[in-house]
Ligand binder design. Structure first.
Ligand SMILES: *[C@@H]1O[C@H](CO)[C@@H](O)[C@H](O)[C@H]1NC(C)=O
Ligand SMILES: *[C@@H]1O[C@H](CO)[C@@H](O)[C@H](O)[C@H]1NC(C)=O
Length: 701
């Protein structure tokens, strides 16, 4: 579009949904294709967008268009649309492209009048096409658009950045080095900030928060402090648009010179550049774009001539519609605020999610000296329970550091409730959790053991270590475990303390929570593998892959993984199926495989059916597909729990655990001030069990 930047984004997952309406794709360079017409506008079919999901960048092309900025250009575009009977436009681009679309809509009736006058279209054609409907979706790796928590492409860019940081961290550990990394984002610090959170960077520079006077010494001091802690590697992340208090750019070279001058460290500069736009889209982006695409089509179907142009946004975990121009104006306000040095306001305008990230980073990055800390004299224990999930370590790190900052003494429990009753409890310090964000699995150790049989011993350990609060990070067993501890409160006064659970499981099956830590990493593992499986044996004959995912009785991974990987069917426990369903799926797929489609993908959740096993489904498809396609099966297994956590899980774990620890502090403080209600049975249970969405099992004491 005519925006400042029209680079490709990872977001081809749109228009996979079938709707009873003719859909055209404007090919070749966005608005230019609309101005040029001809073959650039083609009807899209189910097949033509098949296997588009996993392709990075943009398949239909995107570019800045000079012609569309001229009146003549827009007149040509209007003619091309009317000739094809198109009155609905779904525009995927940055704020510049979306503003262009809005202008086009406002001019529409004037453009049609002109076309009638010059005799290029009939009066009648002008009548039937009198209203143009616009819906926008923001495709931008910068995440710089107000009104949406995430833009399409941002999560994929974070993946690219974190891949590079992880590579640096594993290769550079043996040398004493400082890395200065520049990441993209134009005037928005989102990518830099969230990357810094995701890798536990030592310093971050973003345009929304120019460093205070004297920051140079502070930064050098912090780096030398890390050295004293025997940390060999320092990472400094600099946003492309980083500035100082006087709006003067802060460059990576400036930082490098500074570090070399004041500390003499071996310092390298890495500028990430366009790798951030490349690669395959992440699972999150595919799902986000697919859901936004559906919402966009619904918005167009419901639009009436007076409906203002809207943009599809992500609010929390929901796709919502917002007035396009209001969002564009707010986005421009951010820039204005920064130009006028009203930085606090700029942060506010960027939105809740940005502010939250910034506050969490500030909370975790700065180690306070002991004398600065409030002394709470409370002891808080942290443990992992259930199967390992990527992001658990990030959650532990964040909980420990926030807890220490709030003045508590933190205790780590190894191996879940099993380690708890055996007394595997140790104090854990700020430095002990350094570098934990990027590590997979559970460094504390985790077990599925439930506490009910060992309540006496657990209560005894609580007493020995004088534990005043409990933070449990884990899956369904963690949830059940807390319920068991709660049930034992009437017998054991030691258990009458604030307890909180942070959901962390690939299965995403914790009641009351939309998302759990680890699910995003598992989805990425599933989509990566499905992409690879689909590409393997390409060029050979038609093939259908039956893939078994984890998730226990919860169909989240199979359905959402299926959406992200473009599966033809997904079998889950929640939606019972019988032989008739299987038959119709097989027949449908067989018909489909007779067209140009070469690859079929069927996902099966591990516990979807006791008797329709993966082998059974594989044999059924093999037999019925004879002569049309052959079949392969694959059980994904534990790879879904492991590996390096995705940027999303690192940040989600970090943020949610920080929140949990803050909740604990609040409760402890209330209790110490005598504000909590102490009844004869010591405790009462919160009745909000089913209304909370993030933290589970709020128990008041
Ligand atoms: C669930 O599926 C796994 C993997 O196939 C299997 O090992 C386990 O026994 C199943 N559980 C039940 C209760 O069927
Ligand atoms: C699976 O088959 C067995 C008989 O082999 C039967 O007892 C069982 O109920 C079936 N499971 C389900 C979930 O229907």
């Amino acid at each position: 579009g005519p925006g400042v930047r029209g680079g490709p984004r990872g977001g081809n997952a749109i228009s996979k949904e079938g709707v009873n309406m003719q859909i055209c794709l404007v090919r070749s360079q966005g608005y230019q294709g609309m101005v040029d017409g001809g073959d650039n506008i083609k009807e899209a079919s189910w097949e033509s967008v098949s296997s588009m999901l996993q392709v990075g960048g943009t398949v239909i092309g995107s570019a800045r268009c000079k012609d569309f900025r001229t009146h003549e250009g827009r007149l040509d575009a209007a003619l091309n649309l009317v000739q094809r009977g198109i009155t609905n436009l779904c525009v995927i681009g940055g704020d510049g492209s979306l503003t262009g679309a809005n202008l086009f809509r406002e001019e529409w009736s004037g453009l049609l009048d002109e076309l009638v006058q010059s005799g290029q279209i009939s009066e009648e054609a002008a009548q039937t096409h009198s209203a143009l409907h616009i819906v926008g979706m923001v495709g931008s790796i910068d995440n710089d658009f107000c009104g949406t928590d995430m833009t399409i492409g941002t999560d994929s860019a974070l993946h690219r950045i974190i891949e590079v940081v992880d590579a640096i961290m594993t290769t550079a550990q043996s040398h004493q080095r400082t890395f200065v990394l520049e990441v993209m984002g134009r005037h928005c610090g989102y990518l830099a900030l969230v990357s810094a959170l995701a890798c536990g960077a030592d310093w971050v520079l973003i345009p929304e928060m120019p460093p205070k006077d004297g920051w140079e010494e502070q930064m050098c001091h912090k780096l030398s402090e890390n050295r004293a802690d025997k940390k060999r590697l320092n990472i400094i992340i600099v946003a492309e648009g980083a500035i100082d208090q006087n709006n003067k750019p802060i460059t990576t070279d400036l930082i490098k010179d500074l570090v070399v001058r004041c500390l003499g460290f071996d310092t390298r500069v890495t500028i990430l550049g366009h790798v951030q736009r490349g690669g395959t889209p992440s699972a999150f982006d595919r799902i986000l774009a697919s859901r936004m695409g559906v919402e966009a089509v619904l918005a167009l179907l419901e639009a009436s001539p007076g409906t203002p142009a809207c943009v599809v946004s992500l609010c929390g975990n929901q796709a919502v519609r917002l007035p396009l121009m209001e969002c564009v104006q707010m986005t421009q306000e951010v820039q204005k605020a920064m130009d006028e040095k009203r930085f606090e306001e700029a942060v506010k305008l960027r939105g809740r999610s940005f502010e939250n990230n910034l506050n969490t980073y500030k909370l975790l990055s700065h180690r306070k000296i002991d004398t600065e800390l409030p002394h709470s004299s409370f002891n808080v224990a942290v443990l992992n329970v259930g199967a390992p999930a990527a992001g658990m370590n990030a959650a532990v790190r964040s909980a420990v550091r926030v807890g220490i900052t709030e003045g508590h003494t933190l205790f780590a429990v190894n191996d879940g409730f099993e380690g708890f009753y055996k007394g595997q409890i140790k104090e854990i310090n700020w430095g002990d959790v350094g570098g934990w964000t990027g590590q997979g699995g559970s460094l504390l150790g985790t077990k599925r053991t439930l506490p009910a049989k060992h309540i006496d011993k657990i209560a005894e350990q609580m007493k020995i270590h004088n534990i005043n609060a409990l933070l449990v990070i884990g899956g369904f067993e963690a949830y059940l475990g807390l319920l068991e501890l709660q049930a034992a409160r009437s017998k054991h006064a030691e258990l009458c303390v604030p307890m909180v659970m942070v959901p962390a499981t690939v299965s995403n099956n914790i009641p009351g929570s939309d998302l759990s830590i680890g699910a995003d990493t598992a989805l990425n593992a599933i989509t990566d593998t499905c992409d690879r499986i689909k590409q393997s044996a390409s060029g050979t004959k038609r093939r259908v892959f039956i893939i078994e995912t984890m998730g226990g009785y919860c169909g989240y991974l199979a359905t959402v993984g299926g959406l992200a990987a473009g599966a033809d069917a997904a079998y889950i426990y929640e939606e019972p199926f019988d032989i008739r369903d299987l038959q119709s799926n097989v027949e449908h797929l067989t018909e489909k495989m007779k067209t140009s489609i070469q690859r079929g993908l069927v996902l099966r959740n591990e516990n979807c059916s006791e008797n329709y096993t993966t082998d059974f489904i594989y044999q059924l498809y093999s037999e019925e597909g004879k002569g049309v396609f052959d079949c392969r099966k694959n059980i994904l297994g534990h790879m879904q729990q492991g590996g390096a956590p995705s940027p999303f899980d690192r940040n989600f774990g970090t943020k949610i655990a920080a929140k949990a620890m803050q909740w604990i502090s609040k409760k402890l403080k209330e209790c110490s001030l005598g504000l909590c209600e102490v009844r004869t049975d010591f405790c009462y249970k919160s009745n909000r069990k089913h209304t909370y969405s993030t933290l589970l099992q709020e128990i008041k004491c």
